[in-house]
Design a protein. Structure first.
Length: 379
């Protein structure tokens, strides 16, 4: 099998989202002849504007096509897969909190959608055996560190058992297990990446860093779940996209590769850093009820990817500062992302939590006043 490299024809599913669009922008900007078709359902998280830099450049635009469609729709998927050397599947519902509110779409895209992609690749693999095409397409399934579940100590290795704890993580685990089974059973050329918490430009404002940056810019409360001591391992989006490209080119068929950020930070510290950069006060933070089943810590061992020759390039302090500045400079982008169902989602996810946090803070304040008044009487 020869993995797709320079000049390849790629199908990038979910390529109008946060990480997928970075992958498309970065690959096409290399001007190495690679041609990309993006298949994207353009859900609330998909945004054609994320690909505007590509569409504005005639040389890149000539090597790029956007098709609006669903990876769970075989009629949309089959003809596109028939025409490419590789499929990179970013398409997913990606927000843990939404998976807790409404899991159905997570299963449709994360399980049924992956099945439809695999069946299409299987058909193309059969066509190779029939002498109808020279090589089968490689499929790279983009997965996540969340499939390991909460890792209290140590570092997850690729051979560790999976223990997903949210409907999002369970759908991602199901998708990658299905992909692995098609390699073992039908000999499909499948590779899997498990990336850690990714940040950077074009990140949807429902996620921690962009939510807190944009709320802080509006002087709105920042809803920090629980004690804020949960640890996430932060990976810049261009490093995540670069690692995926590296595994697509050099990864061994049937293998899984962790993609760690190697920059673990408790949520509280991230919030303190972004408030300091924005010059906004900690008093914007509200400690609200925790996410149900909230994973305490993710941490992955990156030895296998390093041995394949990949190293991250972006230092966290630089990446975070540039990301915050990007959001400051691109208000129209994030205001658009906060349209559609945003108001209803925000109300459902946060209104009760924020109201109860205010109520709790008022009750605590009143208790303190009554306590000191009592102490005053007693003395
Ligand atoms: P995102 O939500 O920003 O983008 C997802 C994209 O998929 C959107 O453009 C959306 O329109 C599209 N999509 C959704 N359902 C679809 C369907 N049925 N058919 C076609 N397109 C569909 O997500 P992201 O943060 O860019 O994540 C991309 C991938 O990386 C996901 O598979 C996610 O699980 C994985 N991942 C994300 C992170 C992270 O921190 N963001 C970390 C590790 C892995
Ligand atoms: O670890 C990889 C995963 O990272 C990806 O697979 C997911 O697609 C991606 O969304 C992300 O999941 P998280 O749940 O870690 O990201 P999120 O930005 O939602 O939350 C990061 C941390 O911040 C988490 O501990 C929950 C906390 N948080 C989040 C939000 C949205 C808050 O405290 N308050 C919030 O309002």
């Amino acid at each position: 099998m020869t993995a797709p490299g320079a000049g390849a024809r790629l199908l990038v599913t979910g390529g109008a989202g946060f990480i997928g669009s970075c992958f498309v922008r970065d690959l096409l900007a290399r001007r190495d002849g690679t041609r990309i078709v993006v298949l994207d359902k353009l859900t609330y998280a998909g945004n054609r504007a994320n690909l505007a830099p590509v569409e504005a450049d005639p040389e890149q635009a000539a090597r790029f096509t956007l098709v609006q469609g669903d990876i769970a729709d075989p009629a949309a998927v089959a003809p596109l897969v028939a025409d490419v050397d590789g499929v990179v599947n970013f398409a997913a519902e990606s927000h843990v909190d939404r998976s807790i509110l409404d899991p159905a779409a997570f299963l449709r895209t994360g399980v049924d959608g992956v099945y439809v992609l695999l069946e299409a690749v299987r058909r193309e693999t059969d066509r190779v055996a029939a002498g109808e095409r020279p090589l089968a397409p490689r499929l790279l399934q983009v997965s996540t560190d969340e499939v390991y579940g909460s890792v209290e100590t140590g570092f997850s290795r690729e051979s560790d058992p999976l223990a997903p704890r949210s409907p999002y993580a369970a759908a991602k685990a199901a998708g990658e297990l299905l992909a692995g089974s098609y390699h073992a059973t039908y000999g499909l050329d499948v590779v899997i990446t498990r990336g850690s918490n990714t940040y950077g430009p074009y990140h949807h404002p429902e996620k921690l860093i962009p939510l807190f940056v944009t709320n802080a810019l509006d002087d709105q409360p920042l809803p920090l779940y629980g004690d804020g001591m949960q640890v996430r391992d932060w990976l810049h989006v261009s490093d995540h996209a670069g690692a995926i490209d590296h595994v697509l080119r050099f990864g061994a068929a049937g293998e899984v590769y962790n993609v760690p950020g190697s920059h673990p930070v408790p949520n509280r510290d991230i919030v303190a850093q972004l408030l300091a950069h924005l010059g906004k006060p900690w008093s914007l933070v509200r400690h609200v009820e925790d996410r149900p089943g909230h994973d305490r810590r993710y941490a992955m061992d990156g030895t296998k990817l390093a041995a394949l020759g990949w190293t991250n390039r972006v230092a966290f302090a630089d990446g975070l500062a540039a990301t915050i500045d990007w959001f400051r400079a691109n208000e129209a982008w994030w205001r658009t992302a906060r349209s559609g169902d945003w108001g209803a989602y925000y109300e459902r996810q946060y209104a009760g939590r924020l109201a109860r946090a205010e109520h709790g803070a008022r009750a605590e304040g009143a208790g303190r006043v009554a306590g000191s008044a009592r102490r005053g009487t007693e003395s």
